[in-house]
Design a protein around this ligand. Structure first.
Ligand code: ZN
Length: 131
């Protein structure tokens, strides 16, 4: 009986949601925000780090860059205030560095144009994701 209770408590921890206040930065797919190699790929063939298309039928898809091997896995739905509920589908050099060096979690939200990314800038927000 005790064992069953312990297993249930463990499951709740595993499948619960996690909230964290993090610095949310904006990026787009221009050469200032990503690598010059990526920019050469035509718009319709662009894919994120986990293989999602950035444009579907010509429509830009929102998304989120997270550190590789960080607490948020690719494919996780993350709720970001002022941006929406989006899938973690990309990563980036700077946020990977921060995670590997100090286990600091930074995330980046994707915009269609560089101006939109500049307008967002950097915000401290409480994000939430399902574990
Ligand atoms: Zn840009």
């Amino acid at each position: 009986m005790i064992r069953i209770i312990l297993i249930c408590a463990f499951c709740l921890i595993c499948f619960g949601s996690e909230e964290r206040t993090v610095e949310v930065r904006a990026y787009c797919l221009c050469e200032k925000c990503t690598s010059k190699e990526l920019v050469k790929i035509s718009q319709k063939d662009r894919r994120t780090a986990n293989g999602n298309h950035v444009f579907v039928d010509g429509v830009f898809q929102k998304g989120l860059a997270v550190p590789k091997d960080g607490p948020i896995m690719f494919g996780t739905l993350v709720s970001v205030p002022e941006y929406g509920e989006v899938m973690a589908d990309d990563t980036g050099g700077w946020i990977n560095c921060k995670w590997h060096q100090n286990k600091e979690l930074y995330i980046e939200v994707r915009f269609e144009t560089h101006q939109d990314a500049l307008d967002w800038g950097v915000k401290k927000l409480k994000i939430k994701w399902e574990k």
